[in-house]
Design a protein around this ligand. Structure first.
Ligand code: CDP
Ligand code: CDP
Length: 223
């Protein structure tokens, strides 16, 4: 492989990060790393262990004992928790509505960042999350901050749920997304924030392909 770069994609919930990151990674034969899936897998493990999610030490102790693997799969990425496929389970409401509590703990974030940097050590990665450009990969050659209005983001998640045949309530989604964004943006450690050198793309009126094209172009400029 020729020159490779590291790409950081951050932004609020349902801005299109993972959809776009997967397509870009596939196009350039890069590794796609969904860091949100790691926080979700830990949340699932903590719920299963009946941990008090507000207790930093309880949650950090669980993280120390679990293995989280992200494997490339045909439709994106397979997530394994101690070898068990939890790809679908980590998207359930119980996890989604608790993940920001688990993700606010400093000890949890420290360990996650170690694991994430390890996964990115060889370059050629597209990593998406909330603190990739600001903390995990501060030297990434391309940093993107994707945003869209909360109405548009709730609508996208709603349409995604309906297309999969899942029950979905647009107003409820909107308030859940807004409250998760608030927790993620206001936490003390590594909050959701645009890195100074990130390129912001407001995707409210853009299609997935338009966003992909824009990022591909920015990557080509750096390669
Ligand atoms: O896909 P969606 O935007 O709904 O969320 P996600 O990327 O799967 O992330 C789930 C949650 O994990 C976020 O709401 C954050 O609380 C946390 N997270 C984080 O704190 N830092 C990251 N780098 C990635 C996710
Ligand atoms: O990873 P993140 O939570 O930021 O968002 P996502 O799961 O990639 O995208 C949420 C939904 O919005 C997906 O169903 C995408 O297909 C859709 N989407 C869209 O309709 N238009 C875009 N420009 C980007 C994403």
């Amino acid at each position: 492989m020729g020159k490779t770069i590291s790409v950081a994609i951050d932004g609020p919930a349902a801005a299109g990060k993972s959809t776009v990151a997967k397509i870009i990674a596939e196009h350039f034969s890069y590794v796609y790393i969904d860091t949100g899936a790691m926080y979700r897998a830990l949340t699932l493990a903590a719920i299963k262990n009946k941990a008090n999610l507000e207790e930093e030490k309880e949650v950090a102790d669980i993280l120390a004992k679990i293995e989280i693997e992200l494997l490339p799969a045909e439709k994106g990425q397979l997530v394994l928790l101690n070898g068990e496929d939890v790809t679908d389970d980590i998207r359930k409401d119980e996890v989604t509505n608790n993940v920001s509590i688990v993700a606010k703990h400093g000890k949890v974030r420290e360990e996650m960042v170690i694991r994430q940097r390890h996964l990115a050590a060889n370059g050629g990665v597209v990593m998406d999350g909330r603190d990739i450009g600001t903390h995990v990969l501060p030297n990434a050659q391309l940093k993107i901050f994707l945003k869209a209005s909360v109405d548009e983001r709730a609508k996208r998640r709603h349409e995604e749920n309906v297309s999969k045949g899942f029950p979905s309530d647009l107003e409820k989604l909107k308030s859940e997304i807004a409250s998760r964004d608030k927790l993620d943006s206001e936490r003390e450690i590594a909050p959701l924030k645009k890195a100074k050198d990130a390129i912001e793309i407001d995707t409210t009126s853009f299609s997935i392909l338009e966003v992909v094209e824009k990022i591909k172009q920015l990557m080509e400029e750096r390669l």
